[in-house]
Design a protein around this ligand. Structure first.
Ligand code: NAP
Ligand code: ZN
Ligand code: ZN
Length: 351
């Protein structure tokens, strides 16, 4: 297998800062596409993984799964893309393609374990995969997304994870006109959840711990905002929501959010705090409520979401940073101090 050395930014231990690294990637094989990365979003999962908060991080680790760029090379059997096209890569770069879930277009739930963009097994080289904090990436064309030409490219990058992770559950639970939906945690995922749910026609209620986000939430598309630290506001909104999307990255009292659901309502969690969240049986029993979860989305759903965003002019609210600013960005992300997604201008990696 021919390989190439690629400049990247990553970390060698949970307690170390991210720094410049050289990584090895495969050269394109017949069905591969090579993408020169222009922008990469900074997801809270990057931080969880770099710092080994979920355990199982293989070092060195190069995070990044909100990737947009331009195609620089294609393999001999590639049919869907050509050199010079814009392209996107999200959280997954391969799957077994053979199990029940892969065959039914649910490869994000591959029974044999899909290949994630970083910290997963790269089947060709038998090493870990490396993410988008790098100059370029090589991916099988079946896992490469088409990027709408009309959108701001840097602000499109977060759609590849924050966009699809909120789109998929909103669609799965049929959020739309007539639905009153709560979005909890207005970070990268949550702010996309607000924009998408609004564009789907739902009545959107933002539930935040940050007084500083109340006004902004209305600009993002919320119809109402509830400050979750204010018990009176939470009580006043009990039993009012059909569906809640929980995008919180840290420990939080799930029971207080469940109390906002109507009879037969569902709270789907996409946030992935490192510790278990205790659920009181009564939070579910008394109004026949459901507590569910959802992981990213399939490649087909991701393309559907990108096309929808192209049509409705939806992108992320971003703060563009240099690769060298990533450690400060992680510290700010932990404090909820970003409106609403950091995106790395990958040209800075060349400096
Ligand atoms: P983020 O930008 O850091 O946003 C998280 C938000 O959660 C914060 O902005 C804050 O919103 C809220 N929050 C933080 N600490 C809180 C606390 N103690 N109590 C209540 N609310 C709190 O993170 P992100 O990139 O959107 O990611 C969110 C989570 O989703 C992460 O755990 C990430 O790993 C996970 N994720 C899961 C999937 C999946 O497939 N399921 C995909 C991508 C990411 P307010 O200021 O509004 O309260
Ligand atoms: Zn992510
Ligand atoms: Zn599979």
């Amino acid at each position: 297998m021919n390989t190439q050395i690629v400049k990247a930014f990553g970390t060698e231990a949970p307690t170390e800062n991210l720094k410049p690294l050289n990584i090895e990637r495969r050269e394109v094989t017949a069905k591969d596409i090579e993408i020169e990365i222009l922008y990469c979003g900074v997801c809270h999962s990057d931080l969880h993984t770099a710092r080994n908060e979920w355990q199982g991080t293989i070092y060195p680790n190069v995070p990044g799964h909100e990737i947009v760029g331009r195609i620089s090379k294609i393999g001999s059997a590639v049919t869907k893309f050509k050199v010079g096209d814009l392209a996107g890569v999200g959280c997954m770069v391969d799957s077994c393609r053979d199990c029940e879930h892969c065959k039914s277009g649910n490869e994000q739930y591959c029974e044999n374990g899909n290949t994630l963009t970083y910290n997963s097994l790269e089947k060709h080289l038998n090493k870990q995969t490396f993410g988008g904090y790098s100059e370029r990436i090589v991916v099988d064309e079946d896992f490469v997304l088409r990027i709408p030409e009309n959108l701001d490219l840097a602000a499109t990058a977060p759609l590849l994870c924050a966009g699809i992770t909120t789109w998929s559950p909103l669609r799965h639970w049929n959020v739309g006109e007539g639905t009153k939906v709560g979005i909890v945690g207005i970070g990268g995922l949550g702010h996309m959840g607000v924009k998408l749910a609004k564009a789907m026609g739902a009545h959107v209620v933002v539930i935040t711990t940050s007084p500083s986000k109340v006004e902004d939430a209305m600009r993002l598309g919320a119809d109402e905002v509830v400050l979750s630290t204010d018990e009176e506001q939470m009580k006043a909104n009990a039993n009012t929501l059909h569906f809640i999307l929980d995008c919180v990255s840290a420990q939080h009292d799930i029971n207080s959010y469940l109390s906002l659901l109507k009879l037969d309502g569902t709270l789907a969690i996409v946030g992935a705090p490192e510790q278990p969240l205790p659920v009181s049986a009564f939070s579910l029993i008394l109004s026949r409520r459901s507590f569910a979860g959802s992981a990213i989305g399939s490649i087909a759903e991701t393309q559907e979401m990108l096309d929808f965003c192209g049509k409705h002019n939806i992108v992320s609210d971003i703060e563009l940073i240099k690769m060298q600013d990533i450690n400060t960005a992680y510290d700010r992300l932990l404090k909820g101090d970003v409106k609403y997604r950091f995106v790395i201008d990958m040209a800075s990696l060349k400096n």
